[in-house]
Design a binder for this molecule. Sequence first.
Ligand code: BG6
Length: 505
Amino acid sequence: MTSTRKKSKALPAPPTTLFLFGARGDLVKRLLTPALYNLSRDGLLDEGLRIVGVDHNAVSDAEFATLLEDFLRDEVLNKQGQGASVDAAVWARLTRGISYVQGDFLDDATYVELAARIAASGTGNAVFYLATAPRFFSEVVQRLATSGLLKEGPETFRRVVIEKPFGSDLQTAEALNACLLKVMSEKQIYRIDHYLGKETVQNILVSRFSNSLFEAFWNNHYIDHVQITAAETVGVQTRGSFYEHTGALRDMVPNHLFQLLAMVAMEPPAAFGADAVRGEKAKVVGAIRPWSMEEARTNSVRGQYSAGEVAGKTLAGYREEANVAPDSHTETYVALKVMIDNWRWVGVPFYLRTGKRMSVRDTEIVICFKPAPYAQFRNTEVERLSPTYLRIQIQPNEGMWFDLLAKKPGPSLDMANIELGFAYRDFFEMQPSTGYETLIYDCLIGDQTLFQRADNIENGWRAVQPFLDAWKQDAALQSYPAGEDGPAAGDELLARDGRVWHTLG
Ligand code: BG6
């Protein structure tokens, strides 16, 4: 079962029993159900796909089907507005043969029942999707293994999808990988990072490696530095108890932000297949310079939002949120500087920042170019030329824009920044999607390109471990009002190198 990228005309995925552990949870509601529906709408699921919910509540098969339909209707209305509807035929096709297993994830009897469902399904293929709290990952996998459910046949597959967070530091990630790899092969493990399901993230690779123009300037001769930002306007919402012991660094950096960094910084893979792509990603994240404790402290900023006002509305501070300690020291914002020690990137800083309750939702990569080496034009100095850049916006307005200098019309030689742009919505009809469609489909067809290999995960944790270690000794926390773009110290991190963050929005 070698994995090759799907062709542009995708065929329906093979018949499979898809077990959703944590079937009544938030992930199934917000993302998996709409994604499965969208796949069914696009004809990408086989008639033999069987969805089986697994959770501890007592629910009949019919009640489970209704629950998913309610989830879907809510999400469709939420995202697409009033008037949007669910196509009954698509839904009926998807939920044909849907069933539910009531069981404790830690009880062996649950797994006996799962085996019975596979035996009755008409296919030996099964995917076990662990949409559960992370404490269950290794417990469930071990029970799947001892019940014989991970054993593949010559023509049948058994795969396990693991959600994030995958570990909470390098040591726990290594332990979890060791536990998984003891009972199944890497080819059976699909570690999810939903950023890889985003069209714009995948487009970074396509743009870089199918337009030879990019390669000409994609190096330390022309690029001054790179900024990667994931700014959110939402606060911690209902996830206070999870976030309290996670914080912005663990929640976003070794996974989502490093995915973006890897897409920008990796070398061209020899083929567009799982092994080659993941090998290059592992190499570049592995080349992030390990900071000493002192360097990690100087090259990082931790922030936490306090109460603030946005559009006349008062927003609570993090410490006032539900399930958050009134003296919490958890960061909701982090800014970092990292260096990549390889031929292409030596000397080019990568500045990363992410935060909750910032002024706008904006996930973007800004590739800042060096100024022209010599100012030919009368009365201009290189220092006075504004910096130029390429901005890749991942969300909400997906696309990419070059910011360049041009002459202003008129008799004098004045320059202005202009924009050359590509917005997805101007070129393509975008069907509603969650980003999980590609990931679920790829898992069903056995393509691991967009999933994290063990070394990808461990290299990510290895690169953030110096920050975690340094913060154990000194976790200075800067406050920023909700609705602003992080604390002043986040700006100083760049200012001391003579740089500024690109204005969000
Ligand atoms: C999740 C984090 O993995 O990603 C959340 O746990 C965060 O805290 C979310 O809000 C951001 O994802 P997106 O797709 O909205 O950028």
